[in-house]
Structures are given as structure tokens and as C-alpha cells.
Design a protein around this ligand. Structure first.
Ligand code: PHE
Ligand code: ZN
Length: 867
């Protein structure tokens, strides 16, 4: 018999807690099995509490040894204990304040879900967001309960860490005190044989902060870049947001087994080691870029997340959308802003638009969930950041800064809602944001259509918006859509410099006085006008604008907005690919000529040129085909994409060869944006040239590579060229390095011929280094197929679907979060033909029927399957 489906939790049911916590003292007697946790918690009745007055403490998988209230032991008749927690009825509780004490036992070594207290390669560490603290001890595990924590750790391990400042330590113990009230999800503890890469930081008011990055012995030489990123983040947050760090120490710990990227625990960030450890030999430029962005992200949470936290988990975007927006601003300041913007939009479309277009579409602020871990999504994070970007554009940089200052001073120390956040903007800027708020409460990607016509000296433009129905939301109200636009003449002359139009109804009519503009620009009346719409991707929408190929070529050559210039090339490529798919049309030479011009414009950032050269992904093409009313065929898509690459490589061969040689950044590696840009263009050229030249160039590059960026690029090019030796060579060199071997697993599957991909993945799961309990390794192999090789995953036999389902079931029993995240590979299933849909539905049903399925994976497959 299957258990009844778990019930959803609704935002509308939020009630303030009956009890608040004044102080928490915890003692950990660490053992791999049978760790004892002693807690002393000072409770006081919440004057605003609306609940029944019972004391409810969450607790899962913790064995209660004893408990007491105000020193009087409780017996089993004094409380109700279930698999979810413990309730002491109001009648058994003293009036006002009281002290709860408990001793519990937990088994960190058995904890394969990596939530709560667990072990990873002999070290103890914790992960409490969102609801992991309840696996450590009994506690009101909800973010609107904030308290000061004092922690004592008893263990023979040499390094014992927790949140806040160190208080005292001796042989076998250490004590920590965190002066800042925090919710339990920010609690952290680490114990292990660790070594530190240390540094110092002096804050804007002159306070000294000790900085440490803790890693396993042998890895201390791989922390310099993360440390540098941390110091730059600290300075940047002072300069741009006026935010200063607020403890004497800031610790980062790298762990090998971690479900996510990293976690912002107060004063003790815990990172997936892949986002900390880097040397030129082992990490790619992309890895460095991620390390910088994630170190910044977690650090920025200290104010947006920790000092001001979320009232409940429905408000997750309050901290995540804002912190992503902040880390994007930071990265744009550190590197090339246009390149960063293009990369953000690529990610947004690949992950968030895909989510919004399918069965998992949900609001930036969801209304309900079964398992909160399933809502750490691209919608909450990336669309949440886009919403703040729109707000920034609407109120201007000064209004934004004033609103943020007010937010920090008004809400410091509080657990807040989206309503609180918007109220600050309304109060500071005087703007009514009630309609803007729909971005938080309506799912789906709006479609904006632009139509225009000339009458005499006037251009009349109509903008309309349409919001698609999404699961549970058939009807929508118009959103507030900022559309940044400009107008160009066919020779590239800018007629109208960038202007912001706000579309807040279903339709808006705009009149542009072209005659006047031409006169001001000192040019003759142009025979046609080319709109450049949605500059900088000013809103997360799908734009439908009937620009001719000729218009797009003008934008590709001349748009002063770098984003739209790239976008013009992108849409030409997409159109070309669709035409190749439908009628086998050959790509037209004008596109290649325009690309050649762009590639040889030396004033353009090489990273930008590399992006212009990149084709839409197979998944993008599938979505575009679906949007155009076709049923995408993954095999055909793979074929036309390759054909276009080959045609491009043939047409651009001399240009690419010249770039390949010119973009050599020299023998001394640096991960900075300038060098990384050169390598990205050089390696993009290498990949294309390998299509038409044979493997010699890639072979030479592989043999000469002195950094992982070049080594991986050459490795991939050789795999594509059918080389059968390179994987073994790479393996022999790197088998001792976990993070590098993740790449080895991934790249072989991603660059396998589609018909071979499932077999390659299968074979790699038999490799002795395939450790499916390690989330990074699992994602390398399974994600290498589902995301890295879509044509292989969608193999018409259904072998890819079956492979995924088998692994999801296996992993779900040990680590539900990781299984649930990976299940999103099925979310696009409704795009495909009836045979494939039937195969996928069969796998989803098989998973759903499995015995002992987790709440995480259960919710995902039922939402993906739909009704
Ligand atoms: N809060 C983390 C971040 O965004 C993400 C995370 C969520 C990590 C849940 C672990 C568990 O930085
Ligand atoms: Zn975050």
C-alpha cells in the first residue's frame, strides 16, 4: 500500500508562532554514530501568537533521550511525539517564559540525504536550509523564530567551528557565540581535520575581521581565488550598498558532498568544494567565474537573508531574488557588463523560461508547496532577480539605493515578506506598486508583441502583452513591463536614443515623430525605421517583433545596445536553424558575412565575440520549434545544429584560424576577465575548426595545454573528432582529482554521438570512480546525458528515459533532494511526439508507483505528469 499523498502547505494559512525563542544553548558530543545533542532553549509566549498556545517543536529522525521544562522532567504522558515533532499542550506549560531542555541522539554517518548533521570524508558538517535543523534537535524550525545561539562542540577532531565568534576552546572542545538573532536554518557546525587559508579584512569603520577558508589538507593551495573574491565582495558591498560585515571572523568551509552550490550560514558559509577549490591546472575559466559569483552571493546574504530574513518559505525570493540581483551587479562590475548580461539571459531562457513553459511553472512567490526543497528554482532565483532588475529600472539607480537604505534600517533583525519589501519602495519613491506586484503572484512568461507602421513622418507602434495560462492559473492580469527601446535608420544612424516605455495595460499605442528625429540627427528622412526593442533585456518576456532579416542584420552590425546586437545575431541563427529543420534550406551567406565583420572588430571584447559565435542550444531549438507549432525531433535538431556549425566553420575558416592564433593570451595563466575572454574566443574557434580541419590542431592544443580551460576545450574537440585515446590519457593524469574527474565523466557523455550516449553513460556508471552517493559525480553522469546530450537522452527507443528513471529511484532512497532536482529533465515532455510522450509518461508512472518514494521526488513526478 502506498501512503496517502502528503498535503500541500498554503501561504494563506500562515500563522505567527505561539512562542518565540530568546536564547539557545547547544552542546554537541560528536560521534559518527550516536552523536548527542543537548539543547537549552528559553521560550517566551508570542504576544502576536494566533495559535492554540501549545508548544510545537519540529523534530525528524532524532531519538529523544530526555526532556524537561524549567528543570522538571517530562514523561511520555506530558507530550505528543510523532514522526514530525513533539507537542507539549498549553495546559502543561508555565505562564510567560520557560526553559526547555532536551537530550537527543542522531547518527550523522547514516545521513545520506546531506540534510541536518552528516559526515563527508571523515568531517562533520551541517546543512539546515530549509528544514534541516529539525533533524538535529527539537526546535521551532521556521524562519520567523529568530534567536541568539551559543554552541559548545565536544570532539577530538582538531578544528571545531560554528556560527558567530569563537568564545573559548580547549583540548577536545570549543565554544562559539553568535550575537545576531537568526532562524535555525542559518545554524551551522563543522568539525574535522582541516587546514585554513587565512587572510584579514579591515571594514569601512576600521574593524578587523579574520578570514579563513577551511579545506582538507592538501587543498590549501587551491583557495587563493576564493579568498580574493571574498575580499572584493566585502569591499563592494560597503561601497555599493553601504553594508559592513558584523562579526570578528568569517569562515568558509569546502565539503565534497553537498546538495547545492553553497550555503550562507551566519559567519560560517559552507560550500560545495567545486565552488571554492581552483588552480589553473584543475579549474576552467568558467569555474573561476562561478567561484567569484557564488562567494559573492553567499557573502551578500549576510545582509539580504541573514540580518533581514524571510517570514516563511513562501518568501524565499525575498532573499534569493535580491541576492542574485546583487551578485549579478557585482559580477558586472568585476567583469564585462554586456557579456554578463548576455550570459544571464542565456541562463534565464535555458532554465527559467523552460520551467515557466511547462508543468512546473510557479510564481516567483509560490502559493503552496508540498516539499519546500523543490522550490529552490530558476523562477525563485533568476526570475526573482529579474523582477528586482525591473524595479531598479523603474525607480532609477538613486531611487533604488534610497529604497535599499530604508529596507535595511526599517527591517534589520526581522523576518519579512514581499509586502514589506514593496512597501519600502512605495514609501521611498511614492510609486504605487500594486500592479507591479503581479510579477510575484502570476506564473508564466509574458509575451510582448510589437507592431509598427509608418504614416508620413510618424511611426505608429502598438505594444501588446499576453500572459499564458499556467497550471492552476488560467487567467492573468496585465503585468507592468518596462520596455527599453531605440530606433535606428538602415545605415545604423541612431534616430531615437534609448527610451523607457512602460507597458502596463494589455495594449499601448506609441507615436514617434521620425521627421523630427531625422532632422535632429542631421540625416535625411530614412526610407525605413528599425526598432531596437527590449534593450538590455529590460523585462523577462518573450518578444515577438516582425523584424525582417535585413533589419536584423542592421541591428547585428550597428545596434548601440550590446545586448540587442547579440540578440539580433541570435535570432538570425534561430531562424536559420528552423528553416533548415523545416525545408532543409541552406544557411544564407549574409549571416556569415555579418559574423565575420563582428568577429574581426578588434574593439569588441573577445568574450562578446565568442558569445556571438555560439549557436542556440539543442534545447533552445526544440523550444523554438515547439513555439513555431512544430513537434521537435531531437535527432533532426542535433543534425541541423551540427550542419550549421560545419557551414559556419567552412565559411569563416580563415577568420577563425586567424583568431585562433591571435587570441593566445600568453604563457602565464591568469583567471581575469581579459585573459578568459581571449581563451573563450580562441577555444570557440578551435571547436569550429575541428569540424572542417581534422584533429591536428586540437591534438596540438591538448598536448600543449597548461591550464584546464584549454585542456578541456581540446579534450571536447578531440572527442567530437572521434578520438578514442584522449579519454584514457586524461583519466591517467587526473584520476586522483575528484573535481577534475567530474568533468571527465560529463564531457564524454555530452560529446558522444547521440546513438551512443546512453551506452556511454551506462558504461561510466560501472566505472570504479562512479560514486553515485556523491551529488557532484551523480550530476556529472546523469546530467551529462539529460542536459549535455539531449538527442541521446531523447533516443527514440526510450533508453535515456529509462536510464534516468532507474537512477532517480536508486538515488531517491538515499538522497531525495538530488533525485528530485534531476527529475526536471522530464519537464519538457509535452513538447515531443506521441511515442516519446508515452515512453516518458510510462517512466513517470513507474516512479510514482514505487514503494517508499520520497516526498521530494513524489511531488516532482506528480507535478510533471500533471493531469
Ligand atoms: N541558500 C543557498 C543559496 O542560495 C542555497 C541552498 C538552499 C543551499 C538549500 C542548501 C540548501 O545560496
Ligand atoms: Zn542564495
Amino acid at each position: 500500500m502506498k501512503d496517502a499523498a502528503p498535503q500541500p502547505i498554503h501561504l494563506a494559512d500562515y500563522r505567527p508562532p505561539s512562542y518565540l525563542v530568546e536564547e539557545v544553548r547547544l552542546t554537541f558530543r560528536l560521534q559518527p554514530k550516536g552523536t548527542r545533542v543537548l539543547s537549552t532553549i528559553r521560550f517566551r509566549a508570542n504576544p502576536e501568537g494566533l495559535e492554540d498556545g501549545n508548544l510545537h517543536l519540529d523534530g525528524e529522525g532524532v531519538r529523544l533521550i530526555s526532556c524537561s521544562i524549567d528543570g522538571a522532567p517530562l514523561t511520555a504522558f506530558d507530550y505528543l511525539l510523532t514522526a514530525e515533532g513533539l507537542t507539549v499542550p498549553a495546559a502543561r506549560l508555565p505562564e510567560g517564559a520557560f526553559t526547555w531542555e532536551a537530550e537527543v541522539e542522531i547518527d550523522p554517518e547514516e545521513n545520506t540525504a546531506l540534510e541536518g548533521l552528516y559526515t563527508s570524508n571523515g568531517m562533520f558538517c551541517t546543512q539546515c536550509e530549509a528544514e534541516g535543523f529539525r533533524k538535529i534537535t527539537f526546535y521551532p524550525d521556521r524562519p520567523d523564530v529568530m534567536a541568539r545561539f551559543t554552541v559548545r562542540i565536544e570532539s577530538d577532531l582538531p578544528v571545531l567551528l560554528s556560527n558567530g565568534n569563537p568564545v573559548a576552546s580547549g583540548a577536545g572542545w570549543a565554544e562559539w557565540h553568535d550575537p545576531w538573532p537568526k532562524p535555525a536554518y542559518l545554524f551551522a557546525l563543522v568539525a574535522g581535520e582541516l587546514v585554513a587559508h587565512s587572510d584579514r579584512f579591515t571594514t569601512m569603520s576600521g574593524r578587523e575581521v579574520a578570514l579563513n577558508i577551511w579545506v582538507r589538507p592538501g587543498d590549501e593551495g587551491k583557495c587563493a581565488y576564493a579568498m580574493d573574491a571574498l575580499k572584493r565582495s566585502m569591499r563592494w558591498d560597503e561601497e555599493v550598498y553601504g553594508r559592513e560585515y558584523d562579526l570578528d571572523v568569517f569562515n568558509i568551509v569546502a565539503v565534497d558532498d553537498f546538495n547545492m552550490g553553497a550555503m550562507e550560514n551566519k559567519g560560517l558559509n559552507i560550500f560545495n568544494s567545486k565552488f571554492v577549490l581552483a588552480t589553473p591546472e584543475t579549474a576552467t575559466d568558467r569555474d573561476y567565474d562561478f567561484i567569484e559569483g557564488i562567494v559573492a552571493h553567499e557573502y551578500f546574504h549576510n545582509w539580504t537573508g541573514n540580518r533581514i530574513t524571510c517570514r516563511d518559505w513562501f518568501q524565499l525570493c525575498l532573499k534569493e531574488g535580491l541576492t542574485v540581483f546583487r551578485d549579478q551587479q557585482f559580477s558586472a562590475d568585476m567583469r564585462s557588463a554586456p557579456v554578463k548580461r548576455i550570459e544571464e539571459v542565456l541562463q534565464l531562457r535555458a532554465r527559467q523560461f523552460r520551467e515557466d513553459a511547462g508543468p512546473l511553472a510557479h510564481n516567483v512567490r509560490p502559493d503552496s508547496y508540498v516539499e519546500i526543497n523543490n522550490f529552490y528554482t530558476a523562477t525563485v532565483y533568476e526570475k526573482g532577480a529579474e523582477v528586482i532588475g525591473m524595479l531598479h529600472r523603474l525607480v532609477g539607480a538613486d531611487g533604488y539605493r534610497a529604497a535599499l537604505d530604508a529596507y535595511f534600517s526599517r527591517h534589520d533583525g526581522q523576518a519579512c515578506t514581499i509586502e514589506d519589501w514593496l512597501a519600502v519602495f512605495e514609501d521611498v519613491t511614492g510609486r504605487d506598486l500594486s500592479q507591479f506586484k503581479r510579477w510575484y503572484t502570476q506564473a508564466g512568461t509574458p509575451r510582448v508583441s510589437a507592431r509598427w507602421a509608418r504614416t508620413g513622418g510618424t511611426l505608429k507602434m502598438t505594444l501588446t502583452q499576453e500572459l499564458p495560462a499556467t497550471p492552476g492559473q488560467p487567467l492573468k492580469e496585465p503585468a507592468v513591463i518596462p520596455v527599453a527601446l531605440g530606433l535606428l535608420a538602415p545605415d545604423g544612424t541612431e534616430l531615437l536614443p534609448e527610451t523607457l516605455v512602460v507597458l502596463d495595460g494589455r495594449e499601448a499605442e506609441l507615436d514617434f515623430d521620425i521627421a523630427g528625429m531625422a532632422e535632429r540627427a542631421g540625416v535625411a528622412m530614412p526610407e525605413r525605421v528599425i526598432p531596437s526593442l527590449l534593450r538590455g533585456f529590460s523585462a523577462p518576456v518573450i518578444l515577438d517583433a516582425p523584424l525582417s532579416r535585413a533589419d536584423r542584420l542592421v541591428l547585428l552590425a550597428h545596434d548601440p545596445d550590446p545586448f540587442n546586437r547579440w540578440e539580433a545575431g541570435r535570432s538570425l541563427m534561430r531562424e536559420t536553424l528552423l528553416a533548415m529543420l523545416t525545408d532543409g534550406a541552406a544557411p544564407d551567406a549574409a549571416l556569415f558575412e555579418a559574423l565575420a565583420t563582428l568577429l574581426t572588430t578588434d574593439t569588441l571584447d573577445p568574450a562578446y565575440r565568442a558569445l556571438a559565435l555560439a549557436l542556440p542550444s539543442e534545447d533552445d531549438i526544440a523550444q523554438a520549434a515547439h513555439d513555431a507549432g512544430m513537434v521537435p525531433d531531437p535527432t533532426a535538431i542535433h543534425g541541423v545544429r551540427r550542419a550549421l556549425q560545419t557551414a559556419m566553420a567552412e565559411a569563416l575558416r580563415p577568420v577563425l584560424a586567424a583568431l585562433h592564433d591571435a587570441m593566445d593570451p600568453g604563457p602565464v595563466y591568469s583567471p581575469d576577465a581579459e585573459q578568459a575572454a581571449k581563451r573563450s574566443l580562441r577555444n570557440a574557434a578551435l571547436m569550429l575548426l575541428a569540424r572542417v580541419e581534422g584533429p591536428e590542431r586540437a591534438q596540438a592544443r591538448y598536448d600543449a595545454a597548461t591550464n584546464m580551460t584549454d585542456e578541456m576545450a581540446a579534450f571536447a574537440a578531440l572527442l567530437e573528432a572521434g578520438d578514442t585515446q584522449v579519454a584514457a590519457r586524461f583519466h591517467d593524469r587526473w584520476k586522483g582529482d575528484r573535481l577534475v574527474m567530474d568533468k571527465w565523466f560529463m564531457v564524454q557523455i555530452a560529446h558522444a554521438e547521440p546513438e551512443q550516449a546512453v551506452a556511454v553513460a551506462q558504461r561510466l556508471t560501472d566505472h570504479p570512480l562512479f560514486d553515485w552517493k556523491n551529488p557532484n559525480r551523480f550530476r556529472s553522469v546523469i546530467g551529462g546525458l539529460t542536459a549535455g546530450n539531449p538527442a541521446g537522452f531523447h533516443d527514440p527507443t526510450g533508453a535515456g528515459y529509462r536510464f534516468l528513471a532507474d537512477w532517480l529511484l536508486k538515488v531517491d532512497a538515499k538522497n531525495p533532494q538530488t533525485a528530485a532536482r534531476m527529475s526536471t529533465a522530464y519537464e519538457t515532455w509535452r513538447r515531443y511526439d506521441a511515442d516519446r510522450q508515452e515512453l516518458i509518461a510510462g517512466e513517470l508512472d513507474r516512479i510514482a508507483a514505487a514503494e517508499g518514494l520520497s516526498r521530494d521526488l513524489g511531488e516532482m513526478v506528480s507535478r510533471i505528469r500533471g493531469s
